[in-house]
Design a binder for this molecule. Structure first.
Ligand code: HAM
Length: 425
């Protein structure tokens, strides 16, 4: 019998693992330098945690199962509900603001396509316990800090920022009652992702009249915050406009403004968002968003905790990697493996010294390797090249020839001098 990997999953052979680690290392480095601490949660939870307030889209994409004890469980499709559960359980003993990040492996039973898989990694950055828009601005700054770190410029990617309260005000002003708001938001979330014809069909399905759609779309197409203030139906949502103005001032002050632009078409697909929302898109790309997030001030209550404000985002590795590859921003070094030293037998009967040198280099923290076979120097040099060794140490009874494989420079050293300072050429 021959087995294949499951549709929508990836096998990480070492060359793919190098890219995955490079991305995850950058996620961690940027999180830490912005003052965030790492956490993690179980990969499966009670099913109800995910159906409580994530919305129908996520619920339909769950890998759920019943365990032997009859418990209804699901593999995590996102980590935000687990984060809310964890914080709610200890909320009184955690000093605020809580600035946490995580890099969970997630599963969603989506139809696999370019940029969309059934298993992926997602960087999560969240600030919990801070109601001010400063926390939203800080999360956006972290996001931009990462984009810059991996060489993506404002020409490559943009953070498009919208507002749930403003979208809800526009929907209400269009005459849609309380009960229709969630489904109207779900339809609006699709607007930038489908063509006009498809959008019309979705609106019809949600019972929206063409007049209502027109009214909402007119609001969504405003690109200037000052213009928003003039729209009479948004009077009641003045706080939402002020929040956006303040947010742009903060991100500008932190030096992230060049990546950010207002886009009121962004409302987000998940049901728990309550405030400023944003998505990151590659320029001219029809792929799904690289990242998305926003404020979710009621999720802790939904999972049985007190009312605690929260905001944050998630960035997936799949779309990010496609974008980095397209823009040529994945470092060339990732294409081959790397090694500090390859230790070579320079003559017969020297293998014990080769082992001694290799062991000493490894104990000193160098990445060092040697051949399992006793072969001629030429063959071993070939292996060293294949393994991406920076240098080779050719060991003989009377000393070591150390050769830099990229410059070709070679020096002769005694064994003792080499081991005392392997770096010196
Ligand atoms: P989300 O928009 O569902 O948000 O996912 C965020 C990002 O994860 C997406 O922009 C995309 O890059 C990636 N992603 C999602 N699903 C897939 C998939 N099937 N295949 C590949 N990549 C995918 C959330 O998950 C929120 N919990 C984020 C958040 C954190 N909000 C506040 N804090």
């Amino acid at each position: 019998m021959k087995f294949q990997s499951v549709k929508g999953t990836r096998d990480f052979y070492p060359e793919m693992m190098r890219v995955r680690n490079w991305i995850a290392d950058a996620w961690r480095r940027v999180s830490l330098r912005n003052g965030f601490e790492e956490y993690d949660a179980p990969i499966f939870e009670y099913l109800d945690l995910f159906t409580a307030k994530s919305g129908p889209e996520i619920a339909e994409q769950l890998f759920s199962f019943t365990d032997r004890g009859g418990r209804n469980l699901a593999i995590r499709p996102e980590i935000t509900p687990s984060l809310a559960r964890m914080v709610a359980a200890k909320v009184n003993s955690l000093p605020r603001p809580i600035k946490w990040f995580s890099v969970p492996r997630l599963c969603r039973a989506e139809r696999p396509q370019r940029g969309r898989l059934r298993e992926f990694f997602q960087w999560n950055v969240d600030v919990i316990g801070e109601p001010s828009v400063l926390a939203d601005a800080e999360c956006i700054f972290v996001l931009v800090d990462f984009l810059r770190e991996v060489g993506l410029t404002p020409d490559d990617v943009q953070v498009r920022i919208g507002s749930r309260p403003l979208a809800v005000a526009a929907i209400t002003a269009a005459g849609i009652g309380e009960t229709g708001i969630d489904s109207a938001l779900a339809v609006l979330d699709k607007r930038p992702k489908v063509d006009d014809g498809q959008f019309e069909k979705l609106c019809e399905g949600a019972g929206l009249s063409s007049q209502q759609i027109e009214c909402i779309c007119e609001f969504q197409d405003v690109e200037d915050l000052a213009e928003l203030k003039k729209i009479p139906s948004l009077e009641k949502a003045a706080d939402g406009i002020d929040d956006l103005v303040q947010l742009f001032e903060y991100v500008e002050a932190m030096g992230a403004g060049d990546y950010c632009r207002i886009d009121l078409r962004v409302v987000r697909g998940l049901a728990y968002y309550t405030g400023i929302v944003y998505e990151v898109f590659g320029e001219g790309e029809s792929l799904r968003a690289v990242a998305g997030g926003g404020r979710y001030d009621r999720l802790l209550e939904v999972v049985g905790g007190p009312k605690v404000p929260a905001t944050g985002f998630g960035m997936g590795d799949v779309v990010l990697e496609i974008l980095l590859e397209e823009k040529g921003r994945l470092p060339a070094e990732l294409r081959s493996r790397a090694l500090d030293f390859f230790v070579i037998d320079g003559e017969d009967g020297i293998f014990e010294t080769v082992l001694r040198v290799s062991g000493a280099l490894r104990r000193a923290g160098f990445e060092a390797d040697f051949s399992y076979k006793r072969q001629g120097v030429g063959k071993q040099l070939k292996t060293a090249n294949r393994l991406g060794a920076a240098k080779v140490a050719i060991v003989r009874a009377d000393g070591v020839s150390v050769k830099d494989l990229s410059s070709g420079k070679q020096v002769e050293r005694t064994l003792e001098a080499f081991l005392a300072d392997p770096r010196g050429l």
